[in-house]
Design a protein around this ligand. Structure first.
Ligand code: HSE
Length: 444
């Protein structure tokens, strides 16, 4: 490359696992195209891996290897540190140290940004360095850039996303092939999609990390992971998936961030969405984020949410961004959280009790006169209006029928109270299953 500064930018990569290996491969394979875009070559000077003897998916010839990640951060020859180890203890230490030493950082670490992003961006701002994190949300989908830059003229109303590939893969395989939860999870782990601790995937913690980041850049608020409400998919049964289909819905594990008059909703939970919505048809490990903004209306972003090269695509795009802006005045760069650091709003996050949604309810009740009337009476007293009811007759030997209902919008607190009353009726048996329903209409 020739130009005002044709010396290569030297980077250090921490972590040579799935994403680290993919990043090395993409940087090596597309080196020329990347340099033509960035204006300078990008050289991998050093990389660290916990176990240097482990087989890798990438070729590390010409890269100095170390098992100590601090060697990479402290290496005076490195301009940009790429953190790809995950977790938020060692990663935080390394990223803060890199910033302290005036190095730019690219990270794919959603837990780190969701939990410590406020502190990290504050330090980065003071040092005038960039911390780029496109790969932290929805893998290869450039959703951070889309919201932060592409939609910068809009007031964003809500964001709803399938932002955990492992969870979506599990729900899809359960629905399409009737496979067991455990069996599909094992496959996702083998394919390198799942988190080191897969409960992060199935209990919605990983999605809540990502949603926290999306909400911050969509609404211009600080990162507030601790206020996100999180519910996993482990209680979803193939029976619920089937009833949802009969009612014209699909069950997806959604992250939803919505601006309301009362505050901002920040919630991850299984959700029934109309089958005809594009996002309801996002299957397998794929991710999708639907953004409703005032000027453009709804826009949908779809693509691979996990995997070596899909995630590397976002890491490398961040590297190109960092290289392009190396010489620019830090005050005039795109702000880390989309809004200027001094202009973040303190809008409250709405407690889950105050969130309004429609519901899918499934309960077992004695098949005799008056029982359905008792249930609808409880719902009526709580001002909960019913949209649809299906009753499945009990088999010959069973005494209880299954009743499935769809309700209109109601506050979570009122619904929880009504459910407690229904469960205490002598004519009902066991727990009521409740899954929230979202229409995701363009006018919502
Ligand atoms: N475990 C995550 C997922 C990886 O399945 O989506 C990508 O963040």
């Amino acid at each position: 490359m020739s130009g005002p500064n044709s010396t290569p930018v030297r980077i250090g990569i921490i972590g040579l696992g799935t994403v680290g290996g993919g990043t090395v491969n993409v940087l090596q394979r597309n080196a020329q195209e990347i340099a033509r875009r960035a204006g300078r070559e990008i050289t991998i000077t050093q990389a660290s891996a916990r176990d240097l003897n482990k087989p890798r998916i990438c070729n590390t010839d010409g890269i100095a290897l170390t098992s100590n990640p601090h060697d990479v951060v402290n290496n005076p020859d490195i301009d940009v540190v790429v953190e790809l180890i995950g977790g938020d203890t060692l990663a935080r230490e390394l990223v803060m140290s890199a910033i302290e030493q005036g190095k730019h950082v690219v990270t794919a670490n959603k837990a780190l940004i969701a939990k410590h992003g406020n502190e990290i961006f504050d330090a980065a701002q003071k040092k005038g360095v960039m911390v780029a994190f496109e790969a932290a949300v929805a893998g290869g989908i450039p959703i951070i850039k889309a919201i932060r830059e592409g939609l910068a003229g809009n007031r964003i109303d809500w964001v709803a996303g399938i932002i955990n590939g492992t969870g979506n893969f599990i729900l899809t395989e359960m629905r399409d092939k009737g496979r067991s939860f455990e069996d599909v999870l094992k496959e996702a782990q083998e394919l390198g999609y799942a988190e080191a601790d897969p409960t992060f995937d199935v209990e919605g913690i990983d999605a809540a990390h990502k949603l926290t980041i999306l909400a911050a850049i969509a609404f211009g608020i600080p990162l507030q992971f601790e206020k996100a409400s999180t519910e996993g998919i482990s209680a979803i049964t193939t029976e619920d998936v089937g009833y949802a289909e009969q009612l014209g819905y699909r069950i997806k594990h959604l992250g939803i961030a919505r601006r309301t008059e009362e505050g901002i909703e920040l919630r991850v939970h299984p959700t029934l969405i109309p089958s005809k919505r594009l996002i309801a048809n996002v299957d397998g490990v794929m991710n999708a984020v639907l953004v409703k903004a005032d000027a453009v209306g709804p826009t949908l972003y779809y693509g691979a949410g996990a995997g070596a090269e899909a995630t590397a695509s976002a890491v490398v795009a961040d590297l190109v961004d960092v290289v392009r802006t190396l010489t620019s005045d830090p005050e005039n760069r795109v702000p880390h959280l989309a809004f200027q650091p001094g202009a973040l709003a303190d809008t409250a996050i709405l407690p889950m009790d105050e969130v309004k949604t429609a519901y899918y309810l499934k309960m077992r009740a004695q098949d005799k006169p008056g029982v359905l009337a008792d249930i609808t009476q409880i719902l009526g007293n709580a001002n909960i209006s019913i949209e649809a009811v299906i009753q499945k007759e009990p088999s010959d030997e069973a005494t209880h029928a299954t009743i499935i209902m769809l309700t209109h919008l109601v506050k979570e607190k009122a619904m929880n109270q009504a459910i407690a009353q229904i469960e205490s009726l002598s004519s009902t048996e066991g727990k009521v299953t409740r899954i929230r329903v979202e229409q995701l209409n363009k006018d919502d």
